[in-house]
Design a protein around this ligand. Structure first.
Ligand code: FDA
Ligand code: PGT
Length: 451
């Protein structure tokens, strides 16, 4: 079977569904496919916490009814010794991800987007330097379909299962280094007792119980919780299950594992975004484009941003009738301005945090070397304010950890440099390689200073 579309979206998770939602109703012939059956689309291992701001910024509907499990008012962050508790205020949602994702897909479908479930993209159609479509396999009808499209959107999540089959060497085939990802696992279960403050997410930083990551306890209502942890990849640590079983009681003593609802693990990219979301005939969005936040691993909000930026770039490309990297490039500028530059700066912060000992973190949080507001500012904008710490530097340094403070100063400087470099992101594909080498140099310099 052969078919022609304007746009083919591969993957119906948060990134793909958002792309479809923003493309719908604009007169384009759009097909979205997902390997999963309809009722499981959107069902992937996740903590399911998303900040309200993302919905506001993108003009997207709030989760409601069965899509919303708990309104969130803030995050409580605990030091390894549990002696310091920081509260970061901020509104958000603990969502039912399959229900919300399927809602977006249904709305897109009602507005003209075709959605095919149980359909997998097997390989790209690549001709004359352009992605021209894909060979699909429709498991519902056991048939192969050849789909030609002006633009293909790769939204396959951390599997990167479409773009990894393109000719290697194209900028959009960039790979993920194991150490630039966390391995994360979570279970959703009922609790034995009612949860005290279900409106707060809890994050426990502890290098022993979750090296290079953290434990979370995210309430889904009064008596249900999403609990899990992330550990840094590529470090040769024991399996994630070993950590889960060993420390569950410490962070979730009220979890009733006899009333388990769902469990599963996956990778979370914790780096700057892929160097370009766009190439000839293709845009990459979501986890596949490494859009998650490097410090907390949240990737649903930024997957939505990338989908929004991709849709805008596609609509523009159809206006001018050109689908080359040069025209689709505007997706990069949109994404970097809204989130990507902050990711680059937070990647450096993440590299610093992952090397801290529990003692350092206990000390840093107790003495407010970084304050709650600074952390929120860093997470929201990628700027680390050290003015207060700098003023107090001499006094605090006298208290015993001058090296930690000095390092933090370097981190703040390099975070700023990273953001500045992302402000100079090339305006077209020609200067990409030169710019990438500058980014690599910055990362290398930073690593040398940190070691
Ligand atoms: P996602 O993986 O959701 O979607 C990809 C889709 O593509 C899937 O539906 C898949 O079936 C389909 N697909 C893949 N290959 C295909 C092919 N060849 N053909 C057809 N279909 C194909 N984020 C957050 O904001 N808050 C949080 O609390 C957490 N917590 C969290 C915990 C854990 C354990 C993990 C592993 C991750 C998180 N995250 C998170 C991150 C978040 O889950 C992630 O960033 C987004 O769900 C990514 O959405 P995408 O749409 O990019 O991929
Ligand atoms: C240290 C490396 C860790 C790697 C992490 C991997 C773990 C994987 C697990 C994935 C679980 C995902 C949990 C997602 C939580 C969502 C949090 C959230 O929504 O955060 C909001 C919104 O941020 P945003 O970037 O989506 O949006 C910004 C804005 O709203 C839109 O423009 C913001 O809240 C926070 O950032 C709170 C801070 C969380 C901090 C995480 C812990 C880090 C450890 C800090 C230690 C500090 C010690 C300092 C000592 C010197």
């Amino acid at each position: 079977m052969k078919n022609n579309y304007d746009v083919l979206i591969i993957g119906g998770g948060f990134a793909g569904a958002t792309t479809a939602w923003h493309l719908a109703n604009h007169g384009l012939k759009v097909l979205l496919i997902d390997s999963k059956p309809w009722n499981r689309i959107g069902d992937k291992p996740c903590g399911d916490a998303v900040s309200k701001e993302h919905f506001d910024n993108l003009g997207m509907p709030y989760p409601e009814g069965e899509q919303l499990e708990q309104k969130i008012e803030g995050i409580k962050l605990y030091s390894p010794d549990m002696k310091t508790e920081w509260t970061v205020k901020g509104e958000g949602f603990e969502i039912n991800a399959p229900a919300y994702t399927q809602r977006l897909l249904k709305e897109a479908s009602n507005r003209g987007v075709e959605v095919l479930d149980m359909t997998t993209a097997m390989k790209p159609i690549f001709e004359d330097g352009f992605v021209k479509g894909a060979i699909l396999f429709d498991r519902r009808h056991n048939q192969q379909i050849e789909v030609k499209a002006k633009v293909v959107v790769e939204a396959t999540g951390y599997s990167m299962s479409f773009r990894s089959k393109l000719p290697q060497g194209l900028p959009v085939t960039e790979n993920l280094d194991d150490k630039d990802a966390d391995i994360a696992y979570r279970e959703v279960a009922y609790t034995k007792d009612d949860i005290d403050e279900p409106q707060y997410l809890k994050i426990f930083v502890n290098q022993k119980a979750s090296p290079g990551g953290y434990w979370w306890y995210f309430p889904k209502g009064k008596n249900k919780v999403n609990i899990g942890l992330g550990i840094q990849g590529g470090m040769g640590y024991p399996s994630i299950y070993t950590f889960y079983d060993k420390y569950l009681n410490e962070f979730g003593s009220d979890v009733d594992r006899n009333r388990l609802i769902v469990k599963g693990g996956a990778l979370v990219p914790t780096r700057r975004p892929i160097s370009t979301l766009a190439w000839n005939g293709i845009l990459v969005v979501g986890d596949s484009a490494f859009t998650a936040n490097p410090v907390h691993g949240g990737g649903k909000g930024s997957a939505m941003i990338s989908g929004y930026c991709a849709a805008k770039a596609i609509l523009n490309a159809f206006e001018v009738g050109d689908f080359s990297a040069k025209t689709l490039w505007s997706a990069n500028l949109c994404y970097i301005e809204r989130y990507g530059a902050k990711q680059a700066s937070l990647e450096l912060f993440r590299r610093f945090l992952q090397k801290l000992s529990d003692d350092d973190i206990n000390y840093g949080m107790r003495k407010k070397v970084i304050k709650e507001e600074d952390l929120l500012e860093a997470s929201a904008k990628g700027d680390l304010q050290l003015s207060v710490a700098e003023k107090a530097m001499r006094i605090i340094a006298g208290l015993g950890r001058p090296s930690l403070l000095m390092k933090l100063k370097v981190v703040a400087e390099y975070m700023k440099k990273a953001k500045d470099l992302y402000r100079e992101y090339p305006s077209d594909p020609n200067n990409l390689e030169q710019w990438k080498s500058e980014v690599n140099k910055l990362l290398l310099d930073f690593e040398n200073l940190m070691n």
